[in-house]
Design a protein around this ligand. Structure first.
Ligand code: E4P
Length: 219
């Protein structure tokens, strides 16, 4: 399973990348706004820190506008930048053309299995179902991941399922159990996945005992 960071904060990306298991990064217009930085500058910097796929989102609403923005991003930014496109009819058309041009895409804002299927038919490299935002409505976001994975199993689909809008570590584990290819998550969840109070307590005990071993000259 691929683990992506969902942030445009380069300090956070550097920290998690130093762990050696960061597979990619997703950004969106809201995360770029939160960074307070220039869009292309920050995406280029992220793409230097992490050599996996870095999603940069188009903001045009029409197909031609999306294609113009996507081609410009591909021309100006590092090779590992991929194009994030909204799941709309115009976005589908743009995805189809970009796929034919050999440009990788991440079709975003997916809230139904039918949207995921349509994006896959257009050749999307990734589809991003938003689990947390579905949970927020009182429905079950994980049920959508299960539905998509069941559908995928019936056909020879190359498109990867990128679980997005993840709110807690259990979301990540459940996605893995369902066979989702990728999960993108905030830094806080990356950290929650690796920490455990009993690990900290156990390490503390070992270090105290080791200090006594050293003090006794037995190290
Ligand atoms: C995915 O690519 C999106 O950037 C992200 O996961 C959205 O999550 P949110 O619902 O926490 O904004």
């Amino acid at each position: 399973m691929e683990f992506f960071l969902d942030t445009a904060d380069v300090d956070e990306i550097r920290e998690i990348a130093s762990w050696g298991i960061l597979d990619g990064v997703t950004t969106n217009p809201s995360l770029i706004k939160k960074s307070g930085r220039d869009f292309k500058t920050v995406v280029a910097e992220i793409a230097e820190i992490c050599n996996g796929p870095i999603s940069a989102e188009v903001t045009a609403m029409d197909t031609d506008g999306m294609l113009t923005q996507a081609r410009a991003l591909k021309a100006e930014l590092p090779e590992n930048v991929i194009i994030k496109i909204p799941c709309t009819p115009e976005g589908l058309a743009a995805t189809k053309v970009l796929t034919e041009e050999g440009i990788d895409t991440n079709v975003t804002l997916i809230f139904s299995a039918s949207q995921a299927l349509m994006a896959a038919k257009a050749g999307a490299t990734y589809v991003s179902p938003f689990i947390g935002r579905i949970d927020d409505t009182g429905a079950d976001g994980m049920a959508l991941i299960a539905e998509i994975m069941t559908t995928w199993a019936n056909y020879d689909v190359d498109t990867k399922v990128l679980a997005a809008s993840i709110r807690h570590p259990t979301h990540v584990l459940q996605c893995m159990q369902l066979g989702a290819h990728t999960a993108t998550m905030p830094t806080k969840i990356f950290k929650q996945l690796i920490t455990h109070p009993l690990t900290d307590k156990g390490l503390d005990g070992f270090m105290k005992d080791w200090a006594e071993v050293e003090a006794a000259g037995n190290a």
